[in-house]
Every structure is written in C-alpha cells, then in structure tokens.
Design a protein around this ligand. Structure first.
Ligand SMILES: Cc1cc2nc3c(=O)[nH]c(=O)nc-3n(C[C@H](O)[C@H](O)[C@H](O)COP(=O)(O)OP(=O)(O)OC[C@H]3O[C@@H](n4cnc5c(N)ncnc54)[C@H](O)[C@@H]3O)c2cc1C
Length: 459
C-alpha cells in the first residue's frame, strides 16, 4: 500500500520536532501536525517563559541585597506589562525558529489538530482532510490536571494562564506541592504577591530527597510564603471580586487568583488511540518499549505522552533515539538513568541520581555526606538563606549515586556534576579533584565526614 507520508508526527513540541527533523534529514517524507504553536509546552508555556519569570522575580531581592554592598537604590519598580510584552516577543521569536528549522529540514508543518481514524490514517480536524502514513509518532505532550471534583474549579487557572496574567495578583493561592507549584510560589513571591500554598501532603516536592524537601519547604516559609499542609480544596466561590476556597481541614482562603498545579496528565484525550489499537496505561499514557514503540508495531510515542520522565531534554533524546532507530539504521535506546533536573525556586534546586531513601532501598548500605552553610555573598547582605549540599554514595564501591544541591546556581552546578555521576565517579574521585576557591561548588570536593544520624552517634 502506498502511503502519503513515511512518517506522520502528531505534535511539534520538544520530542516531535527533534524526531521529525532527523527523520526528514535522513531522507524520509515527513509531516508534523501542530494544533497550537510550534515549540510545544517548553517554548510556549513551560520551561522558557517560566525561566524568564524566574529571572524577573529575582531582581527585587538582588536590589535589596545590593544595599549590603554599598549601593543605594531609591525607587525600584516593576512594570508587568513591559516584562510580559518583551517575554512574549521572545517566545514568538523562538516558536518561529522552531517552525523554520523544521521546514528547512524538509518537513511539512500542518497547523491543525490530528486524530486517528485507524492505525495508518489521521484526520486533520480543521480541513477535515485525511492522510495516511507508514509510521506514526505520537508526541502530543501533557496537559495540566484540573480536578473536576472541586466545585467551582472553572474559577481557577492552570500553569498555562500564569504566562498571560494581566497583573501580578495581590494574593494568590497555589494548590499543589510539586516543582511547578513551588516554582510559581517563588516567582509570585519575588514579584510581590502574597502567596499561600495549599498542599495535601506534609512537605513539598514529593519524590525528591527528604533533606531537599525540608530545606525548600523551610525556605518558602522563611521568605513569607504561607504553606497550609494536609489540606485539599473542596470548593471555590467568587465573592466581592475575590475567590474564596474552602479546604478539607475546615479552613478557607481568599485570593485574587487560584492556581492549580496538582500535576499533569498525558494529553491523549480525543486522540482516537482506541481506533488505532494503541494501548494506554491507567493514567492515559501511551505504553511503549525501550525503543518508544507502542503496542501497534508501526506506531511510536515519545515525551510526556508516555509519562516516563517528563522533561524537555528527555523528550528530545527520546525523539532522537526513535529517528536514529527507525530512519538512520542506528538502533538507539535512551538511557533514563542519571538525568539531572532542577527546581527553579529561590534558592534553586539541582539534583542528579538517587535520593538517600531510594539509594538505601536499592543498594542497602549507603554513605551520606552533607553540609549546610551560608553562602559567602549573603554574609554582607544579611540574608539568612542557607545552601544544602548532599552526596549519596554506594558503600560497596564508593560510587556517587546521587548529588543534591539547594542554593544559588545549583542547576548550573548540577549539569556539570551530572557528567561525573554518569561516568561512574566515586567519592575518592570527588576528593582527588582540587577545589575552585572561593565558590559554592567547592564544598562538593571538600566533604570529608560521613553523616552519622544523631540517633547513631556514640554518647
Ligand atoms: C510550567 C512548566 C514548566 C516546565 N519547566 C520545565 C523545566 O524547567 N525543564 C524541563 O526540562 N521541563 C520542564 N517542563 C516540562 C516540559 O515542558 C515537557 O517535558 C516537554 O515540553 C515535553 O515535550 P513533548 O514533546 O513531550 O510535548 P510538548 O512540548 O507538550 O509538545 C506537544 C505538542 O503537541 C501538540 N498537540 C497535542 N495534541 C495534538 C494533536 N492531536 N494534533 C496536533 N498537535 C497536537 C501540542 O499543542 C504541543 O505543541 C515544564 C512544563 C511546564 C508545564
């Protein structure tokens, strides 16, 4: 049977763009359908605009700190419209570059939503056209969860709307305790909003190392974010221009905006996967093997829609591995171990490898090296912020299996440390490395004493 295309990609986000470009450059006839904007979540309503908002939010504190260094700053004001305008111009530019790069590689972009008709056929939802393809890549990403069981949920916003706020709210309530909730709490706090986090657990950042979680939780509170734990929202009502949200613990909170950041789900709704026979798991994620192949042999999926490790560089590398395997004659599996990631809070978090708890569960005996200290820069500013550094070492062979940093530049530091961890560096390798002085990162190579929990210390 002759198909219209060798490869049809659904979604021009991080994974879809990388896969379609490489496949086309290898000679395949490729098209990619995009229902919103080229670049996907990362470029349009994720990493990039988020990081710009993080930058915007850090200046207030930096200006305050400058006083400790002799600067006098009389009037510093923030113009939200000006910032938003500049940020969105940059996002438009980047989205344009993505589209151009895809086209330059010989890929056709169809600016329409695509849905499966059967295992080889897709319907383009604006024109109503149908097209066929020999291979299909699902790269539709994820979408924010907005729980339907909360009455008045339509009054709340998701992370998507945070990039389009007309003004910084006087008071914002953020529901959730994951990295997106924590990042927006720090951003809004830095931009002058009163922030309240409502979280159903005890400590934010579930899944991260316990020391990191406590450190970030305490820093949020120290910076003035109110954190209500062990509570979830039940109802939101509008009253006198404000939103009032009732909580399961009997409390209620009032704010100008309510942001729900309680997680994301694979974006497979309405895609017609059942018509193609593609299996999904109980969260709606496309089930794939190590080569990103779905339950139907000529259909593949990469990125957030597979719910493996929902990060941009991972979606890109999965898309690349798919194209190399299927179109470049280079069977490639992406290795999901040792992927560094960050929480762009204040102070930011950078981690690679396993938490202490996960390492203990996996390896039994582990050694912990950790330190907390006040960064040199803050001695003169008077800020009481602390840095946390923690290295998790497998006792059996002294291999470093986890590094966790909370502090200035932690994401930048951890990217470099991730190379060493991926290469299998040991604690003696860290120790043999000479310090760079004076720096925060030098503490990583000067950690000498194993941490002994207080209950195990000799009396
Ligand atoms: C607020 C926020 C902050 C984030 N911060 C970071 C960060 O700091 N670092 C990091 O690594 N990751 C971050 N992420 C995660 C990152 O954005 C995702 O992991 C990444 O974008 C996933 O890429 P993807 O290709 O799987 O999907 P996406 O980038 O989401 O792309 C999917 C594309 O498919 C399109 N699409 C969907 N269905 C259809 C259809 N039926 N037809 C046509 N088009 C369709 C969508 O419009 C979208 O453009 C963040 C996410 C959010 C929401």
């Amino acid at each position: 049977m002759a198909f219209d295309y060798d490869l049809f990609v659904i979604g021009a986000g991080s994974g879809g763009v990388r896969a379609s470009r490489l496949a086309a450059m290898a000679g395949a006839k490729v098209t990619v359908a995009e229902e919103y904007r080229a670049g996907g979540t990362c470029v349009v309503r994720g990493c990039i605009p988020k990081k710009y908002m993080v930058y915007a939010s850090e200046f207030g504190r930096a200006i305050e700190h400058a006083k400790g260094y002799g600067w006098s700053v009389d009037t510093a004001t923030y113009d939200h419209n000006l910032f938003m305008d500049r940020m969105h111009r940059e996002i438009d530019r980047l989205s344009g570059i993505y589209a151009r790069n895809v086209r330059n590689a010989g890929v056709e972009i169809i600016e329409e939503r695509a849905e499966f008709v059967d295992a080889h056929t897709l319907k383009l939802m604006t024109s109503g056209r149908t097209v066929t393809a020999q291979k299909i890549l699902i790269a539709t990403g994820g979408s924010p969860i907005m729980p339907k069981n909360v009455e008045g949920i339509d009054l709340a916003i998701s992370s998507n709307e945070m990039f389009r706020l007309d003004a910084i709210p006087g008071h914002i309530v953020i529901v959730g305790g994951g990295y997106i909730a924590v990042e927006f709490a720090a951003i809004m706090n830095g931009l002058g909003a009163r922030v309240c986090i409502v979280y159903r657990g005890e400590t934010v950042l579930r899944g991260f190392d316990d020391d990191v979680r406590t450190h970030v939780h305490d820093e949020l509170k120290r910076k003035g974010v109110k954190v209500i734990t062990n509570a979830s929202p039940t109802r939101i009502v509008k009253a006198g221009g404000k939103l009032s949200m009732a909580l399961s613990n009997g409390e209620s909170v009032t704010a100008d905006n309510v942001l729900f950041a309680v997680g994301r789900e694979p974006y497979t709704r309405g895609l017609g996967l059942d018509k193609a026979g593609v299996k999904v798991n109980d969260k709606g994620a496309v089930v794939v093997d190590d080569y990103s192949r779905a339950s139907v042999p000529h259909i593949f999926a990469v990125g957030d829609v597979t719910d493996r490790l929902n990060l941009t560089p991972v979606a890109i590398r999965e898309g690349q591995a798919f194209a190399q395997t299927e179109f470049m004659n280079m069977p490639t599996q992406f290795d999901h171990a040792g992927v560094p990631h960050a929480v762009f809070a204040q102070p930011p978090v950078g981690i690679v490898g396993l938490s202490e708890a996960d390492a203990r569960q996996k390896f039994g005996r582990v050694d912990i090296y950790k330190t907390r200290f006040r960064p040199m820069k803050d001695i003169l500013t008077g800020d009481e912020e602390r840095v946390l550094m923690k290295v998790v070492v497998r006792a059996e062979d002294e291999r470093v299996v986890g590094v966790h940093i909370v502090g200035p530049d932690a994401p930048e530091i951890i990217q470099a440390v991730a190379i060493a961890v991926k290469m299998g560096a040991t604690k003696p390798d860290f120790d043999r490395t000479c310090a760079l002085h004076p720096s925060i990162a030098e503490e990583l190579v000067t950690l000498r004493d194993k941490f002994v929990p207080p209950e195990l210390k000799p009396v």
